[in-house]
Write a protein that binds this ligand. Sequence first.
Ligand code: IPM
Ligand code: MG
Length: 360
Amino acid sequence: MTYKIAVLPGDGIGSEIMAEAVKVLYALRDDFGLKIECEHALVGGAGYDAFGTPLPEPTLKLVKQADAVLLGAVGGYKWESLDIALRPEKGLLGLRSGLGLFANLRPAILYPQLAAASSLKPEIVAGLNIMIVRELTGDIYFGQPRGIRTLENGERQGFNTMVYKESEIERIGRVAFDSAMKRGKRVCSVDKANVLECTELWREVMTRIARDYPAVTLSHMYVDNAAMQLVRAPKQFDVMVTGNMFGDILSDCAAMLTGSIGMLPSASLDAQGKGMYEPIHGSAPDIAGRNIANPLATILSVAMMLRYTLEAPDMADRVEAAVNRALDDGYRTGDIHTAGMKKVSTSAMGDAVVAALRAA
Ligand code: IPM
Ligand code: MG
């Protein structure tokens, strides 16, 4: 069986980092017998420019047929003044909701070679390995009603709605507990139950499903404290589970602990394990087109795709080992560069990973 992979580079640095991820995929195909075919499509600003919408019909059709989706990043200055419904980010949100990708796994792992690149002291982050499980298709991101309305006195008021159904909390909770069973058997559920009813229910449901996982220890933490603990003592966490909005913020925070947001992959999965894989960083329009972005988060997203959707854990191990090898050999893009290391371009980093794959 040949897996069909929808490749959506998106905007900004998206096409540069995706070219390197595809290089790695083709090396696996040509040298290691991975059965895949890739088909490219437009999304985000690129989709808007070509079709007038950030999620064009042919793209939606392709991703629905594909076994897995590999996404670069969306967004850029050029589209910032568009109506919110036409902005590149809507393309991404449409993919998440259109494909039912409710479970977002964002591992924050510190590569020991990069300890010096973290903004925190090496002893605080050495050995860091957190799995952030972010709910991805609910919460204030999708809740209705939403909009900007004009009040009777003529003043305008913006509004959004934070909502979670029990079933939505339960299914993401189970993803977190299942993940903890394969790791350190600890789940920290993050909420704001002291203020928001929506997350009061969240806490109640998490507590209920914990009974089905007696081997796992569940703790609860308010989101403000969780943000503080992430920079104070991040190694206390194993799996963190939280809603869409809090997960967005905390995962950026956790990313920085690892030295660079340019290192972190993610998987967004549906109930069947079909998924979309993307780096957690954005389209970085300020450095787009200069061949200096870090492609490792996208390459590591390929590894997650191999592990979670293509059922090829051995190939995933190979890719992760090759990334480690490239780091061991001193290759660094600008974002993770420290004194004494070899500063390389986006494409040279991709080449280094492919060379390491072949040498292994
Ligand atoms: C992310 C991004 C997106 C989000 C944006 C681009 C819509 O920040 O994947 O974390 O807010 O979810
Ligand atoms: Mg984000």
